[in-house]
Design a binder for this molecule. Structure first.
Ligand code: RIB
Length: 292
């Protein structure tokens, strides 16, 4: 089956800093690099490098040609990505010595394209998967179109906005959240995770591991995190989501998909960057062979 991804494409400007900036502080970065980012592009690259057939839907400006070349080199189909007069979205990312980050994004082309951006979903088949994150326009419309065609819709509620989550929720098969997003959502809905009205939840909790919940049965699976020394945690959640989606698309069980995704994220955080740091399927298999 195929994975379609209506997702952001960003140019990430990454600054290494001694500590994360405080309000009013002027800080000197010790290094700067530019790489492929955007939660959407990161998930597409992660899924494609994990072996899935991935078609990316989205938009870039004239300055973003190299981002598409990089995604294509990772195996992502990018010929449906639109070009806009608006510049490519970008992110300023500060990474400290403990590998934690602060990210500020400018939406740019990600929100500039019209509804034709999700038109190619008309060619999707039942059983395919649609990935969505809260970094593009037309999330709810694309989710509804995909749901009507029998696609599984996996939504990453990041950056977290309650209104955006509520709009897509009726069409979502798998809701992906980090620990903070899960807490915000359950507080806002006034319910436990098992009562969130979606069939499945995927909750990543950094070094505390990840869990998968099937709400109809109350089944909960927990996957511990593999112990590694991170250098940059940017995009780790995207890596987890993309590899989990690829494994499920291949027919793996939720438990096997969680394990692969945890291994992939463990590799990814030991490398600098976001989209450029996604591991291949062979690297994931090799890591799992070495870590039991
Ligand atoms: O999740 C990490 C991503 O968030 C970065 O690559 C940045 O572009 C922002 O979208």
């Amino acid at each position: 089956m195929a994975i379609w991804n209506l997702g952001s494409i960003n140019i990430d400007h990454v600054y290494a800093v001694p500590h994360l900036p405080a309000p009013g502080e002027t800080l000197t970065a010790t290094a700067h690099s530019m790489g492929l980012g955007g939660k959407g592009a990161n998930q597409s690259v992660a899924a494609a490098r994990a072996g899935a057939q991935v078609v990316h839907l989205g938009a870039v400006g004239a300055d973003g040609a190299w981002t598409l070349e990089r995604m294509a080199a990772a195996g992502v189909t990018v010929d449906k990505v639109l070009r806009t007069a608006a510049p490519t979205g970008h992110a300023n990312i500060y990474v400290d010595a403990a590998a934690e980050n602060v990210i500020v994004i400018l939406r740019g082309a990600n929100w500039a394209a019209g509804p034709e951006v999700f038109g190619p979903l008309a060619a999707a088949a039942a059983g395919d998967t649609l990935l969505l994150q809260n970094e593009t326009a037309y999330q709810a419309e694309a989710a509804a179109a995909a749901g009507a065609r029998g696609l599984r819709v996996m939504y990453s509620a990041a950056p977290f906005e309650l209104g955006a989550v509520r709009a897509v929720l009726p069409h979502v098969s798998v809701l992906a959240l980090n620990a903070g997003e899960a807490a915000e959502l359950t507080r806002a809905l006034g319910c436990g995770l098992e009562e969130v009205p979606v069939p499945e939840l995927l909750v990543t909790r950094g070094s505390a591991g990840a869990e998968w919940i099937e709400t109809a049965t109350g089944t909960r699976l927990h996957q511990p995190a593999f112990r590694v020394t991170p250098v940059d945690t940017t995009g780790a959640g995207d890596c987890f989501a993309g590899v989990f989606a690829a494994a499920r698309d291949r027919g793996e069980t939720p438990a096997a998909a969680l394990r692969e995704a945890a291994a992939a994220a463990a590799i990814q955080v030991t490398r600098p960057g976001a989209g450029d740091a996604m591991p291949s399927r062979d690297e994931i298999a090799d890591f799992l062979a070495r870590h039991g």
